[in-house]
Ligand binder design. Structure first.
Ligand code: FAD
Length: 388
């Protein structure tokens, strides 16, 4: 399988490289990363700078702040962000996950009001699905919303946890129970809740990786009727669509690629000669990375063509995250304590941070066992249909 990269994407790559290397981008990147506690800093000024240059949502229609480019422009953008050291998480959640869902399933009014602001970096979003007792089993959410007694909207009550970027997000996409429904999959509604609404509290939780988790409490939080995303009670089908957008593996593949490049540089640094087994490991991981890119591109292409497939996406996310984790751990085994040293020419210990980030990669955005369950279920269904 081969994905054609149009000439327009090559031109976009050059434009992005020039923008990421410009002095203002580098200044804003340094400022965003310079927190004394080494946790993730506030990247919103940097995103606004990039958003003003119009590069953040290349694959969206231009009427919503995009460039009408195909999905390969998104792949190139993420590859370049990571290799220029631009933190990508808040961007990825805001534009590529929440924004993609709005693009697919939002009303025309939501698309016109939210997408251009996401694309310009003026609006950021996080996802509040997981609760203290429910992660993979999302149909069990207990955070509730009941209609406000004055008919003005809804009152939300409950708790969400282990989410990233809530400290820097303006709005949260929340899965909330609005009705007990006939089955666990009914009665769930998605809300877009502004995080500065009275009654919302955001508390950081420590994490092994550089990015903090958060614990969010909703205490009698009043939101308007327009906070509902999609129809009331129709949240489950939207969550499934969002998973198809989230689980394309791109965010994992780009980090894996960068980590393997950095590890390869270290293996030959200062005239060092890699051993045969080191070279074999490098080749093995490169092959897995090539497969990751193909699976990611296939899932993104389907999404771009409006034919998203949750099993195809789950396979991509599973493969990319397992590959990334394998590369981070192989780098540690191969380089040993040298991994703790900052990258030559920078003060950035990329591979050490990767080692701490790796365990969460096969849990976030769908744990590996759950993704394999979805892939196997879809395969069995196909075999039943074809009589295999
Ligand atoms: C880095 C990171 C970032 C995250 N960011 C967010 C975020 O932004 N927003 C958010 O809402 N959440 C976020 N999460 C939470 C994440 O979505 C959940 O941790 C994940 O869904 C797993 O849920 P859980 O922790 O409750 O584990 P559980 O669901 O209890 O799973 C525990 C173990 O059981 C296995 N398991 C569960 N169900 C099955 C099954 N049916 N079959 C086989 N095995 C199963 C799992 O694979 C896992 O190994 C993040 C997590 C991490 C690590």
């Amino acid at each position: 399988m081969h994905f054609e990269v149009p000439e327009s994407t090559a031109a976009f790559e050059q434009e992005v490289d020039a923008l990421f290397a410009d002095p203002e981008t580098r200044r804003l990147r340094r400022t965003a990363r310079s927190r004394a506690d080494h946790m993730d800093g506030d990247v919103r000024d940097l995103y606004r700078h990039l958003g003003r240059a119009g590069v953040l949502a290349p694959s969206w229609p231009s009427r919503y702040g995009g460039r009408d480019a195909d999905f390969t422009a998104t792949v190139v953008l993420l590859e370049r962000m990571v290799s220029h050291g631009i933190p990508q998480s808040l961007y990825y959640i805001s534009v590529q996950i929440v924004g993609s869902l709005i693009l697919q399933a939002g009303t025309e009014e939501q698309k016109r009001s939210l997408l251009p602001r996401l694309a310009s970096g003026d609006l950021t979003a996080c996802i509040l699905f997981t609760e203290p007792e429910h992660g993979s089993d999302l149909a069990s959410v207990t955070t509730r919303a009941i209609p406000a007694s004055d008919g003005s909207g809804w009152v939300v009550e409950g708790r969400k946890t282990y989410n990233l970027k809530s400290a820097y997000a303006d709005v949260a996409l929340c899965a909330v129970r609005t009705d007990s429904g006939n089955s666990r999959y009914e009665g769930i509604t998605l809300f877009l809740v502004p995080l500065d609404t009275p009654g919302v509290s955001v508390r950081p939780l420590p994490s092994l990786a550089d990015e903090q988790f958060h614990d969010i409490r909703f205490s009698q939080v009043r939101v308007g009727k327009d906070a509902v995303f999609g129809a009331v009670g129709a949240g489950w089908s939207l969550i499934t669509r969002m998973f198809a957008a989230e689980r394309n593996g791109l965010d994992y593949y780009v980090r894996a690629r960068y980590w393997l490049e950095r590890a390869a540089d270290r293996l030959v640094a200062d005239g060092r000669r890699p051993t045969g087994s080191e070279l074999a490991g490098l080749a093995r991981h490169q092959a897995r990375l090539d497969a990751s890119r193909l699976l990611t591109c296939r899932a993104l292409q389907s999404l771009h063509e409006g034919e998203s497939d949750i099993a195809q996406a789950s396979l991509a996310k599973w493969h990319c995250s397992e590959t990334a984790q394998g590369i981070a751990w192989w780098a540690f085994e191969t380089l040993g304590p040298e991994l703790l040293e900052p990258e030559p020419g920078t003060d950035d210990p990329v591979l050490e941070a990767a080692y701490r980030e790796a365990p969460g990669m096969t849990i976030s955005g769908g744990a590996s066992e759950v993704l394999l369950d979805i892939v196997a279920g879809a395969r069995l269904l196909d075999d039943t249909r074809t009589g295999g």
